[in-house]
Design a protein around this ligand. Sequence first.
Ligand SMILES: [Fe+2]
Length: 361
Amino acid sequence: MGSWLGVSRRRSPVAALSALLALGLLAGCTGGSPQPPSSGTPSGTASGTRAPRSTPAQPPVVFTAQGDIGVGSKARKVLEAVAKIKPALNLALGDFSYQAGLEQQFCDMVTGVLGTGFPYELVTGNHESDGHDGNIATFAQCLPNRLPGLVGEYGTQWYADVPQENPLVRIVMVSPGIKFRDGKTLDYGRGSERWKWTADALDGAKERNIPWTVVGMHTPCFNLGAYSCQPGADFTNLLIEKKVDLVLTGHQHLYQRTHQLGHSPDCPALVPDEFSKQCLGGTGSTLNQGRGTVFAGVGIGGVGLHDVREEDPEAGYFAEWSGKNVKPTYGTLKVSVGEDALTAALVPAEGSFTDTFTITR
Ligand SMILES: [Fe+2]
């Protein structure tokens, strides 16, 4: 693993370097594996392809993810927990200010803790997709993309390979199941343009020999609460069919993490609101790649928590959870992606619940 200063010597513009150094000064703890991304243009074509695995081991990429944030003291605590981890980037999984007109305040809160050059990467939640409680376009202006080679529409539907050269992970962010300004959801139905875009992005990662795929979106399908499968059963099964390693969501203000859910002759498709033991791939915290997709809801970024419904019919799919009525905890998921393993850990900012799982390949 490279040291913070060591990796900061990579080629990058002065501004980004200064900001990253500022982040390093702000964050005093030595946890995590800092790996600032190299700089680049905010859009374009992802060009990363992996060298053969015989090359020397590469340091893991560490990123953080959480959603449902707000502008209160708990949101700030979570941001401070993120800063201590010193991730290469953060995935903000939607629902930012919860109030119109506070976009700049939200952005200032983020940059005040993480620095102005830090890749705090957005995908919209339902509170800002339709402009009702803030506007995703405004958030995207004050927290712009900082990942080189990002493809697609930042804030709504995009992917990026990290690191850009010799990537370890393709991160794909999508926005099914939430309404936009015209009052309509985007079409992620089977065979739609957005369905194909997502499938192509995931196939492209395999073609480029990128070891891991992570998908992020605001809404969960499976959940321990009152929500229906908002992204749609078909789209969720597409992610499982494509063997996405990890799906990150918010929306429900819980931490809720599944076992690996996978297809098999006895489980041709997962059905929302039902539990089938046949759809469990790997279970628990020590998992092998390819046996299914782990879905992790991380809606614990700062705004008030929801209750966990432990009697939910989908409960059998879940390995770990916390919420208002069960070990209430705010915090962030920390994901470390290496050539041979993906390890995710819930890092609490307030509360004491933790969860760690590892997928090896
Ligand atoms: Fe929310």
